[in-house]
Design a protein around this ligand. Structure first.
Ligand SMILES: C[S@@+](CC[C@H](N)C(=O)[O-])C[C@H]1O[C@@H](n2cnc3c(N)ncnc32)[C@H](O)[C@@H]1O
Ligand code: SF4
Length: 373
């Protein structure tokens, strides 16, 4: 099985108020960023190599590091890994960080998919989120990516932001449909510990959007996007044929190799991850030629549970015959009781050999997943 390759770039121009990702603000073109890429390239050079199923530069903000460093790492990757013709190569871009010529350089280096952190089409929401760009910058970026020849662009949209109404989401959906990207990810705001929003929530300055309203927003987006896209994963919509190859590797519980600070890997029944702190990561690579901090052997029980709640994220559901081939066990023999109860509640359905969430089950997926852990 070809592994998906993930490269983590932990630096951002500024930390957004809601973000709990492994990312830190840094100086543009700083020695820290250059040093980090040296370590990243070294880690790739020392890795086992093989054939890749996809490549994904995520963050943090890969585009903030600039085209030169990203292209350099892609070259190092090509020396070590076979990247078959047409393989999906994605770069995450924050619209406030793409310099002139960035997209042309990425295209020339073989990148064929751009994931643009749009978040909202409204300046007041962008400001509230602590984003460093305006909507006109997002649109300019989108246009530049198109002009550079990108025919596979994802837009990240956030909803469920304090103060947002259903009418606001209606406008966001229309705005995205007007831009017509090939792929859309729609994420409901999660207010996580350690973020600026969390602090404000605890101080009573902001209120979370009620579940019922967040649910209405989710289904509104689902229905509006269905005019152009296939809703193929809980939070993801794509023009048929443009579903994210890399992310499907995660949901299908296939192998991936992560490089960089905090990056996680799965290789068969083994899972391992790197030191989170970018500076400690650099130190470890320099000293030991390895930054792996955590390794675990996945028991069959863990693998079974994880395939269930990752597989149910996909709207096509879990192919029970394929699942039996993978584990040599009958799914309904193991989980018949849960399937029966959740089906009676109208959250799951078993049809044509596939087990999937119902429309109602989509927004309540977490309640379904806990029944399998
Ligand atoms: C690593 S970031 C994407 C790239 C880039 N760093 C950016 O922000 O433009 C991945 C996406 O996760 C989403 N996200 C991050 N934090 C979130 C949160 N707390 N709740 C919901 N979505 C979140 C945002 O849509 C973001 O674009
Ligand atoms: S949302 Fe993106 S740009 Fe903002 S802090 Fe997180 S990783 Fe960085």
């Amino acid at each position: 099985m070809k592994a998906g390759l993930y490269l983590h770039i932990p630096f951002c121009a500024a930390k957004c108020a809601y973000c709990s990702f492994d990312s830190i603000p840094a100086e543009k073109n700083s020695p820290a960023i250059r040093g980090y890429f040296e370590a990243l390239n070294r880690e790739i050079e020392l890795s086992p190599g093989g054939e890749a199923g996809s490549v994904y530069f995520g963050g943090g903000t890969p585009s903030f590091a600039g085209a030169e460093l990203l292209c350099g790492t892609l070259e190092v990757l090509r020396e070590k890994y076979a990247l078959p013709q047409g393989i999906e190569i994605t770069v995450e871009v924050n619209p406030g960080t793409a310099e002139k010529g960035f997209f042309g350089k990425m295209k020339a280096a073989g990148v064929n998919r751009i994931s643009l952190g749009m978040q909202s089409g409204e300046d007041k929401v962008l400001k509230y989120l602590g984003r460093i760009h305006s909507n006109s910058e997002t649109e300019k970026c989108f246009k530049e990516a198109r002009e550079a020849g990108f025919a596979n662009i994802n837009l990240d949209l956030m909803y469920g932001i304090p103060g947002q109404s259903l009418e606001d989401i209606e406008r966001e959906a229309a705005h995205i449909l007007g831009l017509a990207p090939e792929h859309v990810s729609g994420y409901c705001l999660s207010i996580d510990e350690g973020t600026g929003f969390y602090k404000r929530l605890k101080q009573g300055e902001i209120d979370e959007v009620p579940d019922e309203l967040a649910s209405d927003m989710y289904y509104l987006l689902k229905d509006r996007f269905s005019s152009r896209y296939s809703h193929y994963e809980l939070s993801n919509f794509a023009v048929p044929g443009k579903e994210a190859v890399h992310n499907q590797i995660y949901w299908n519980y296939n192998d991936y190799l992560g490089f960089g600070a905090g990056a996680a890997s799965k290789s068969g029944p083994e899972r391992f991850s790197n030191e989170n702190d970018p500076f400690k990561y650099m130190e470890l690579i320099k000293r030991n030629d390895s930054a792996i901090l955590f390794k675990e052997k996945l028991t069959e029980e863990t693998q079974i549970k994880e395939t269930v709640f990752l597989g149910l994220r996909l709207l096509c559901g879990i192919d029970l015959a394929g699942w039996k081939t993978r584990f040599g066990k009958d799914f309904l023999f193991l989980f018949g009781k849960q399937v029966e109860t959740l089906s009676e509640l109208g959250l799951l359905e078993l049809k044509d050999g596939y087990l999937r969430l119902t429309r109602e089950g989509l927004f309540l997926s977490n309640e379904v997943f806990v029944e399998f852990v």
